[in-house]
Design a protein around this ligand. Structure first.
Ligand code: NI
Length: 310
């Protein structure tokens, strides 16, 4: 069906197909989760007194939020979420993320191209990212990284690595932290972070590696972001990682509209739900939600240089 399209339209069609595949897997995920906590109030109907959270990784620029973006941000605020860091995953999404950050006091943004959407950059692409990076509330280069789960083709994986290294260099030039996506590419990620990326700083978002890998990353100075899957019954290694990571290196995030925590798994995720993941993390660490939120918000302010009223 895409044969007669020009390269730009073909890329857009491929991106749409990938999104459809992700949405489909999001729906089947919902089916394999038995039960879950059923009768809880949504986060925005709970008491937010003394709670200051940051959703450190979201995608609120897309069409999933076109109908209710302002209401969604208001719900986040009611749930105690004082700031949202939204990330571009294509050039177009980065432009939208940057304009949201310019418009909203408590929305910050990262600009970059996600591994699933990379293409060979020209100098012009670097310049566009650099120009956005100087805008209001732009705090990172991201979302960048490696995704070997969705990409099986060796040539395209090579291109992912090349564009990842290129965007790491851009972040160093701009003196900005990076937000990294790593799915089933742990070995190559560590190799790059120890070589080309040794002078970068930032976050490994939606962490999915082992505690051994987390330890190495922590030693190299990286922060670790956890999301909704922490609340799933098959959370695997995540609870151990949340329990063992030093308090000053942990971040909470939604990755919305994906990865909703229980009991919203399979539905659209939104920044207010970061509170559910934070509650679970605080429970695992034996801390109060207030203290855990305060610490992770401090961490978010440190790594992303957020200026929020706390
Ligand atoms: Ni993301």
């Amino acid at each position: 069906m895409t044969e007669n399209l020009d390269p730009g339209a073909r890329a857009a069609a491929e991106q749409k197909a990938r999104k459809a595949a992700r949405d489909a897997s999001r729906k089947t995920e919902a089916l394999d989760e038995p039960g879950g906590r059923k009768e809880i109030l949504p986060p925005w109907e709970q008491d937010a007194e003394g709670i200051s959270l940051v959703d450190t990784h979201a995608h609120i620029d897309g069409e999933d939020f076109d109908e209710d973006r302002e209401d969604m941000l208001a719900r986040a605020k009611q749930a105690g979420v004082i700031a949202v860091v939204t990330f571009g995953d294509t050039m177009e999404a980065s432009a939208r993320a940057a304009s949201l950050a310019a418009k909203h006091e408590n929305v910050f943004a990262g600009v970059g191209v996600h591994p699933e959407n990379v293409y060979p950059f020209t100098k012009d692409d670097d310049d566009r990212l650099a120009a956005w990076a100087k805008g209001k509330n732009i705090v990172a280069i991201g979302e960048i990284g490696l995704d070997y789960y969705w990409e099986k083709d060796e040539e395209k994986r090579k291109l992912q690595r090349k564009m990842f290294v290129r965007q790491l260099a851009l972040a160093r030039d701009l003196d900005l932290p990076v937000c990294i996506h790593d799915r089933e590419a742990h070995g190559d990620l560590m190799m790059i972070l120890k070589t080309e990326g040794r002078k970068n700083r930032g976050v490994i978002h939606c962490f999915s590696g082992s505690w051994e890998m987390a330890k190495e990353l922590l030693k190299l100075g990286w922060y670790i972001g956890v999301d909704g899957p922490l609340t799933y019954k098959n959370a695997a290694k995540l609870p151990e990682i949340v329990a063992k990571t030093p308090a000053d290196r942990l971040l909470v995030e939604t990755d919305c509209p994906y990865l909703s925590p229980l009991p919203y798994r399979g539905k659209r995720n939104e920044p207010a739900y970061v509170r559910i993941t934070a509650e679970r993390a605080a429970e695992i660490r034996g801390e109060s939600l207030e203290d855990f939120a305060a610490q992770t918000t401090k961490n978010a302010c440190e790594i992303y240089g957020l200026k929020v009223g706390i």
